[in-house]
Write a protein that binds this ligand. Structure first.
Ligand code: OAD
Length: 242
């Protein structure tokens, strides 16, 4: 029997699109309607905190009303099947939603932070936050008002857990990118890291992304269709090997 594979999956907004959460750069996407400079930068927050908090309050409410879709559930199934067979699935997401967890995945690496978490800009406290956030909320750890912000990574800030992500890619057999435009770095560079280290690479997306050329293979269509198809293929191959 050959060894079960170690797979790293990177997901983007496309995996949650069919759950009703907006993508960013597609027609009608979030950054085609709103200014990322005003809403997703430390400078925009300093200039108008209530505007930024209001934007994320609306996104948080939208997320709490949403459900995981078949793509999230398929990845949860794949993670369990690979672990049972002695392989692994490291799930890295640029998404700030919790739909992978609601689809059954665990240890998800949220490189752009989480909408259901708050961060204290003063003491660094981070903790779960499901309510609307306002400038009047005191930090649960250090106390003052006006220091809490959504625990999401804004433009110009360093994504979380990059060392862990790179280590996971270097130790994997296959890198798969799902529902991301391939235009935001460093996430968009992981396919090149994977290639340089000899991993097989696969893109699943609605249509070829900006860096589709960098992948060995592509499977195109809505995530709720193509992700379960791919997952079933991997699980069938695992079962045939066992
Ligand atoms: P984008 O909105 O840039 O790209 C979404 C991708 O998903 C596109 O390639 C679409 O073709 C694809 N897509 C759309 N609907 C899909 C569906 N139903 N099934 C499969 N694919 C679909 O979003 P991201 O690349 O994830 O960062 O954006 C990366 C980062 O930019 C985000 O994490 C966010 C944003 O600014 C921050 O806010 C820091």
């Amino acid at each position: 029997m050959s060894r079960a594979p170690r797979i790293v999956v990177l997901t983007g907004a496309g995996v949650s699109a069919e759950s009703g959460l907006g993508t960013f750069r597609d027609k009608g996407g979030v950054w085609t309607q709103f200014s990322w400079e005003e809403l997703a930068t430390p400078e925009g927050f300093a200039a108008n905190p209530e505007r930024v908090l209001g934007f994320y309050n609306a996104r948080r409410a939208n997320l709490l009303a949403a459900s995981a879709n078949p793509a999230h559930h398929a990845l949860g199934r794949l993670q369990a099947a690979l672990a049972a067979a002695g392989g692994s699935l490291t799930l890295v997401t640029q998404n700030v939603d919790d739909l992978h967890e609601r689809g059954g995945a665990s240890n998800v690496i949220h490189m752009h932070g989480e909408l259901l978490s708050a961060l204290c800009a003063s003491c660094g406290w981070r903790g779960g936050w499901r309510e609307d956030m306002s400038g009047a909320d005191p930090c649960p750890s250090c106390g003052p008002e006006g220091v809490l912000r959504p625990d999401v990574v804004w433009f110009g800030e360093m994504p979380y857990r990059m060392d862990e992500i790179e280590a996971a890619v270097l130790g994997a057999d296959l890198f798969v990118s799902i529902g991301t435009s391939g235009s935001v770095y460093p996430a968009a560079s992981y396919v090149m890291l994977a290639r340089e280290h000899g991993l097989a690479t696969l893109e699943l997306n609605l249509e070829p992304s900006d860096n589709a050329w960098a992948f060995d293979d592509g499977l195109y269509g809505p995530a709720s269709t193509v992700v379960p198809v791919w997952v079933d293929e991997v699980i069938t191959a695992l079962e045939a090997e066992s």
